[in-house]
Design a protein around this ligand. Structure first.
Ligand SMILES: CC(C)(COP(=O)(O)OP(=O)(O)OC[C@H]1O[C@@H](n2cnc3c(N)ncnc32)[C@H](O)[C@@H]1OP(=O)(O)O)[C@@H](O)C(=O)NCCC(=O)NCCS
Length: 142
């Protein structure tokens, strides 16, 4: 198992994983543009051969924002997302994210990692589900 920074050449594989697992998948162009963002930081998790998970974030001065996180179907529940999140946590900034309240697995993961809901955006997603705005306080833990 390897956790490493994203390379521009990883985008096709990330796109394919993302398309297979996300309720609202990113286009390849959107992923490429995100990788060009000045605050972009991303990692991939790989088994012996293939990329199996990815995390894209934007690093602000005090707060990081998770833009997208995913693990391919066959590699879920093996700790990949936890390892990717721990990599971001190790940077020592607070972390925010938005997740659909329909996404039970992700919400469970984030709560387990210590994220707390601080706002709810009603009917935010195309399917009418609410966005839970969640935050992990690292700099000033409560
Ligand atoms: C949500 C997601 C990233 C979790 O990735 P993962 O690598 O399977 O997560 P982990 O193995 O690190 O799980 C850690 C813990 O989170 C919780 N968890 C993760 N997925 C879960 C699920 N589907 N249902 C319930 N709990 C879940 C569990 O407590 C799990 O611990 P356990 O396996 O010992 O019970 C993955 O399911 C995924 O890619 N989903 C589709 C995309 C997505 O929803 N991304 C996040 C929102 S952008």
């Amino acid at each position: 198992m390897i956790l490493r920074q994203v390379n521009p050449t990883d985008v096709q594989v990330i796109y394919e994983i993302n398309s297979g697992i996300q309720a609202f998948p990113w286009t390849k162009k959107a992923l490429e543009e995100e990788m060009q963002n000045s605050q972009f930081k991303g990692w991939v998790f790989c088994d012996k051969v293939n990329i199996t998970g990815y995390l894209f974030a934007r690093l602000g001065d005090d707060v990081s924002e998770i833009m997208t996180l995913g693990v391919s179907q066959h590699h879920q529940r093996t700790g990949a997302a936890t390892k990717l999140l721990n990599q971001l946590i190790s940077l020592g900034r607070d972390i925010i994210l938005e997740v659909s309240d329909n996404n039970e697995g992700a919400v469970t993961l984030y709560k387990k990692m210590g994220f707390k809901i601080f706002n709810i955006r009603k009917s935010y997603y195309p399917d009418g589900s609410n966005a839970l705005c969640m935050k992990l306080n690292i700099a000033n833990p409560q």
